[in-house]
Design a protein. Structure first.
Lengths: 367, 367
């Protein structure tokens, strides 16, 4: 492990005081902001997430707000997913691509109203792309980063914890839908979503000043539910096949390579940037694609660079995320594999910094 | 100090193996990349930088490449600095602003040819803004992040070290000019520039494969010059008044607030984005501005959030960077102060996490 030099540039969040008090052990940096990654240990946090309930400071999922008469037109420009049937109250996972079909971000679009959207972003300054496009197209729309910091409640006891603070109506929120709730006289958007497969909610906290009161209220209410501070968990998210922008994909990749072709309605998403390139990809199919990979042997070291996947002497892909899974008793991994070797059951070798290991292409992820 | 969780998303560089071998103690994250910050200690590295010569892995100063017939037109769109008299072989510090005059980045523009530029960026995804503008304006230009990783040689013995590896011609490079040199049969752009006030060079290393050979050649050649791995030094850069994007300024600030008005030729930079807003600012002047601030008492804690500057009960500014300076025997700081209190000699109070301290607005920085 290495040390992180703190500075104002790595922004603290409205929940940072709570995170510090909960004994955070490690951070990563995400959208120029601190994202807590470890509280007890990656493995302890993992077991706890699957059994109880955690509060995650995911303020780093910054919002890009679109507001004004051209907001919906701009939103459809940005993504090959067809948004015509989307209603206010819904969240859509939307690949965002450039003119060549390369992924710029893989955010969740939150439709607040016909003329108002939040784009809840992964780790890249999508704000700059959206501002550039809006300005270049001379659109009538405000594009901004509002003072909104998501807080996630994740784990099997999420509904119980949330009901104690927000009432039973919170249980009725359907997956990737949101509703408005009140907290200390303020309105909060709460969605059933989150970056784990254990169920839960994301609370879009508008106004930094209610950050700590909300954090404390949830911690207080969940004491007998064994609530604990947590964060996106490396092991759990790989098991669940949750991709990470910057780790598993970059602007080199098309959505189809990332297995996100089902979110591209390139025929009907008229006007979207990258449509020409993606129509070609959709027709021919990608020549490499994201796969679940299991890696043999004992626990692999941290995966901080691409590990080549080999068939004999030939490189046929690379692993981008990997971790030891206690529950599945193997190393779980995410990799990009060429079509010649992407069938499930294909046996490959992977070059880790601690030597070459056997690797197997899996049928599905471990969820 | 806190731990940093490593992952592929926090990109390693062509020099990372050298950085590890040199015993790096801490990193920050900058443009989604690891930036080494501490080798021995911040203070030891500081003294050494001022006396000898250091090799810095500043790969995180990524390049945005503009290539094609509209490259120069796009470059002038991006900045209020008038580029008409700039020649190939020159580097310009260029504020980049949005349509409201807010700073998006403060990079160095490197003019390689009339139709080819590199923009050597501070910590924000300027690539996304430039791509968005180029696409929105339908310009005939390629915009890309090339495989170019800057390596800096900084400190009073920089000329001697560089001459050993590249010959005496390197001594003739003038400040903010560059020339081409050969290393192992490959061409390298070398500029006299860098993020310290101790003199030195930045080498634009094109092609990751020559990263470690170059690192090793410099380390080898400088052994009797006491060469050491280093990085941008918090104390030295505050003494020198070198601003840090994300720390001392954000997209909330105009260049004029940052004391960068001299780089804005808003009258003559016809066509630049933000011109309307900046003409207004240039006419009226900013109401707050960056100042050197000295803070009394013993060493301040790390400044990882804004510290309010107070005149009596009233907040009149904030400190964004601060460190104890052994050479000046005081805490040196950078802050933004309202015009009512920005005259040199003004006595204020600053609220640090370890209590309130006296602070003084300085005439100049400490260089």
């Amino acid at each position: 492990m290495v040390q992180l030099s703190l500075s104002r540039r790595l922004r603290r969040t409205p929940f940072s005081d709570g995170v510090d008090a909960a004994g955070v052990k490690a951070f990563t940096v995400y959208n120029h902001m601190l994202l807590p990654t470890v509280f007890r240990s990656v493995q302890e946090d993992y077991h706890h997430l699957k059994q109880a309930v955690q509060i995650w400071d995911v303020s780093c999922e910054r919002q890009v707000e679109l507001r004004g008469p051209d907001a919906s037109r701009l939103m459809q420009l940005l993504t090959p997913r067809d948004l015509r049937s989307m209603n206010p109250g819904q969240c859509y996972y939307v690949p965002i691509v450039d003119e060549t079909g390369g992924m710029l971000n893989d955010p969740v679009a939150v439709k607040l109203a016909e003329d108002r959207w939040w784009i809840s972003i992964a780790d890249s300054d999508l704000l700059y792309w959206v501002k550039g496009i809006a300005y270049g197209y001379r659109l009538d729309v405000l594009v901004d980063e509002p003072d909104v910091s998501p807080l996630a409640v994740q784990g099997p006891r999420s509904d119980d914890l949330m009901a104690r603070v927000f009432g039973d109506r919170v249980r009725d929120i359907r997956f990737f839908r949101f509703d408005e709730f009140e907290f200390q006289g303020r309105n909060l958007i709460i969605a059933r979503s989150g970056y784990s497969k254990q169920g839960g909610f994301e609370l879009y906290v508008e106004g930094s000043d209610i950050g700590m009161p909300l954090w404390n209220a949830l911690m207080e209410a969940g004491r007998d539910l064994d609530v604990h501070a947590g964060g996106p968990n490396l092991i759990e998210r790989i098991e669940g096949g949750l991709l990470s922008y910057g780790n598993d994909m970059t602007d080199d990749n098309t959505p189809h390579e990332c297995g996100l072709g089902r979110f591209c309605n390139t025929q009907t998403a008229i006007g979207c940037i990258g449509r020409d390139a993606l129509l070609r990809v959709a027709k021919e199919g990608p020549v490499k694609q994201i796969r679940a990979i299991s890696i043999g042997g004992d626990a692999v070291p941290p995966c901080d660079q691409h590990w080549p996947l080999l068939a004999g002497d030939k490189q046929v892909g690379r692993v981008s995320s990997a971790a030891w899974s206690p529950d599945f008793n193997t190393n779980v991994a995410i990799g990009m594999v060429r079509m010649t070797h992407w069938d499930s059951g294909t046996e490959l070798m992977v070059q880790t910094p601690q030597g070459t290991r056997p690797a197997t292409v899996m049928e599905t992820f471990w969820n």
